[in-house]
Design a protein around this ligand. Structure first.
Ligand SMILES: Cc1cc2nc3c(=O)[nH]c(=O)nc-3n(C[C@H](O)[C@H](O)[C@H](O)COP(=O)(O)O)c2cc1C
Length: 183
């Protein structure tokens, strides 16, 4: 199985990057690719730009990465209650590519973390509610609150119950993906 993982942010010090890397490391028996959204920065989507210049090559490249994968691991950073501009811009551009859905009818494990106690629940809910309308099949979701207290670079998720919850979701997803591959 091919796994594509990314944090939905363009921050170099991303805490969602740390979370998604930790989760991706648990799919070591599969082919995992981790990508950085800062390599997909394009002009801000506008219908006028699309009409004038078409869809940027970087959007087509990003969509190809999705199309080549079986499972997406995405950890969403929350800016003002919703997606970061970096993610939303890519989302808007890839949603304009003809003859495909933005998320390519792929399975998605949607995650979020933030320094605060809500753990990015606003953006996570937005993604879980919206991505199915753009061809994303949500196979699990997970929020890690208060990242600074509950994650360490050595241990990963250090809060025992939150780590147990994560491990159980990862096992469920592996089971679902196993059934998808067998079917
Ligand atoms: C413009 C901006 C808006 C933010 N809005 C929120 C917010 O609504 N909720 C929240 O929990 N954190 C918010 N934060 C804090 C982010 O959660 C924090 O910067 C986090 O590190 C972002 O994730 P990242 O490191 O993966 O990019 C905001 C940060 C910025 C810079």
């Amino acid at each position: 199985m091919k796994v594509l993982a990314f944090a939905a942010t363009n921050s170099k010090q991303s805490i969602n990057g740390q979370l998604v890397n930790y989760v991706a490391s648990q799919f070591g028996e599969h082919q995992v690719e981790i990508i950085d959204l800062s390599h997909y920065e394009m002009p801000i989507f506008s219908i006028d730009r699309e009409i004038e210049n078409g869809i940027p090559q970087l959007a087509l490249d990003f969509a190809q990465k999705i199309d080549e994968s079986d499972l997406l691991l995405i950890s969403f950073a929350e800016h003002n209650g919703t997606y970061t501009t970096a993610f939303k811009n890519i989302f808007d551009w890839i949603s304009r590519i003809p003859n495909r859905t933005a998320f390519g009818d792929k399975n998605i494990f949607a995650m979020a973390t933030s320094p605060g106690p809500r753990g990015g629940m606003g953006v996570l809910e937005a993604a879980v509610n919206r991505l199915p309308f753009n061809g994303g099949k949500i196979v699990g979701s997970y929020s890690l609150p208060s990242f600074g207290d509950n994650f360490s670079s050595e241990k990963g998720v250090s809060h025992p119950e939150k780590n147990e919850e994560l491990q159980s979701k990862i096992s469920e997803i592996k089971q679902i993906m196993n059934e998808v591959v067998i079917a």
